[in-house]
Design a protein around this ligand. Structure first.
Ligand code: NDP
Ligand code: 8X3
Length: 250
């Protein structure tokens, strides 16, 4: 049974919605993100339903990751499920026009950040011969679309790491799953387009995009199967989306 969950990127979008569903189901929460005020607000809200602790750190800074996780209070050290969710796209441009800072950010956060957090938590799971890791990939990890280049590469890496974790952790009885969403209406496009809200809004215009809660529901379903059931990989599109670039818009 899942008692305690560690969620990265819990300050908005999919991570926050997942925290909300977990809280309603009495799962104790370790919520992570860089925005301290948001963490504090969410803690106040969800503490009405379950026990909550928060960790403020940048997943791409390995010392911050290790220090934060080592600082967990004793009663939160036993983590049953890790939701590797923190991540974003930074920019959307052809490879020849790409911005090096954006490339660094995506590789550092989406790939190295996921690894740093996993590295800090996995040993506690292997010691106990029990645990669950859910990696949030993307359809960008299954396919490549114009101008998606480096973001797609980072999510292909998540897809590969998901498989690698399942292989290496198999003998420790640890479950590893990935969920690969299509378009989800969150702060994602705001970050991708650096605060250009009109551009971000246009990504979700003219069709019903997935909502963060849709993915959170699926994450909750995945982690509440009997222990011998491991849902390996799920690709989830909005009905209006057939591929990363084929959208049935009004
Ligand atoms: P949001 O932008 O709403 O949420 C991203 C979360 O990641 C925030 O909580 C943010 O917290 C956290 N985060 C970003 N960078 C860092 C960092 N350096 N250190 C710590 N936390 C960080 O987007 P989504 O909810 O949509 O994204 C969640 C995941 O889902 C990502 O991995 C994304 O790639 C993936 N995804 C999203 C899709 C979509 O269409 N929205 C589709 C497919 C996959 P803070 O800023 O407080 O640090
Ligand atoms: C987010 C979905 O299509 O913008 O991973 O890459 S997409």
């Amino acid at each position: 049974m899942i008692k305690t969950a560690f969620i990265t990127g819990a300050t908005s979008g999919i991570g926050k919605a997942t925290a909300e569903i977990f809280a309603k189901n009495n799962i104790r929460l370790i919520l992570c993100g860089r925005r301290a005020e948001r963490l504090a607000e969410i803690k106040v809200e969800l503490s009405k339903l379950t026990e909550v602790t928060t960790l403020q750190f940048d997943v791409s800074k390995k010392e911050e990751v290790a220090n934060a996780i080592n600082s967990l209070p004793e009663n939160f050290k036993e983590i049953d499920v890790l939701i590797n969710n923190a991540g974003n796209a930074h920019g959307l441009s052809a490879i020849q026009d790409g911005n090096l800072e954006d490339w660094d950010a995506m590789l550092d956060i989406n790939v190295k950040g996921l690894l740093y957090v996993s590295k800090a938590i996995i040993p506690k799971m292997t010691e106990r011969n029990s645990g669950f890791i859910v990696n949030i990939g993307s359809i960008a990890g299954k396919d490549v679309y114009p101008n998606g280049n480096v973001y797609c590469a980072t999510k292909h890496a998540v897809n590969a790491l998901n498989k690698a974790m399942r292989i290496d952790l198999n003998k420790y009885n640890i479950r590893v799953s990935a969920i690969h969403p299509g378009a989800v209406e969150t702060e994602f496009s705001n970050v991708r387009f650096k605060g250009d809200t009109a551009k971000a809004k246009s990504v979700y215009a003219g069709y019903k995009a997935l909502q963060a809660k849709d993915i959170a529901d699926i994450i909750h379903f995945v982690i509440t199967r009997p222990y011998h059931v491991n849902i390996e990989d799920l690709v989830v599109y909005p009905t209006a989306q057939a591929t990363p670039t084929i959208l049935n818009k009004e």
